[in-house]
Design a protein around this ligand. Structure first.
Ligand code: ZN
Length: 160
């Protein structure tokens, strides 16, 4: 069958940033399985895979708007050291999970100036054109249970 909404698609993939460096890859791991058409992949990648079949090789470069979004400088916020209760040592690059109205958000420390800690809530890959090298290794219909749960049930990363 072809990749279409609610198909379970398994892919081997390599993700390359705009400088040509490999950021992530399924090499040496089980393929990534996802339910197509539910926003589980970035929009530009989902669009590139639609209509393909098992065995297809797809290379697509996705602009930020179709990937993890443009960087928003308004998402860099200042906090004070005192707000990090229970954290002994703060350093640039540390990441924290914050819960907000829109769901959990990942904040990355981008600068520490005296008592001020600057946090960036942009996705680490925001603002980047990303190239995905993908091989489709399986396409099948989702089971009713998978559709109800919104995720695949034969992967390594099945959580409830
Ligand atoms: Zn489930």
């Amino acid at each position: 069958m072809r990749v279409a909404k609610d198909a379970v698609v398994s892919i081997d993939y390599t993700l390359i940033d705009d400088a040509g460096s490999v950021i992530d890859s399924s090499q040496g791991r089980a393929p990534l399985a996802y339910v197509h058409g539910r926003g589980q992949l970035v929009p530009g990648l989902e669009a590139a895979l639609a209509g393909r079949v098992s065995g297809d090789q797809v290379t697509v470069t996705v602009p930020p708007a179709e990937g993890y979004g443009e960087r928003d400088s308004g998402l860099v916020v200042a906090a004070t050291r005192a707000q990090f209760t229970g954290v002994d040592h703060l350093e640039v690059g540390m990441q924290f999970q914050a819960s907000e109205d829109g769901g959990p958000k990942l904040l990355t420390i981008v600068a520490i100036e005296g008592d001020t800690v600057r946090l960036d809530a942009n996705h680490p890959l925001a603002g980047m054109a990303l190239t995905f090298d993908v091989r489709i290794v399986g396409v099948r219909a989702a089971t009713p249970e998978e559709l109800a749960h919104g995720h695949v049930h034969d992967g390594d990363d099945h959580h409830h």
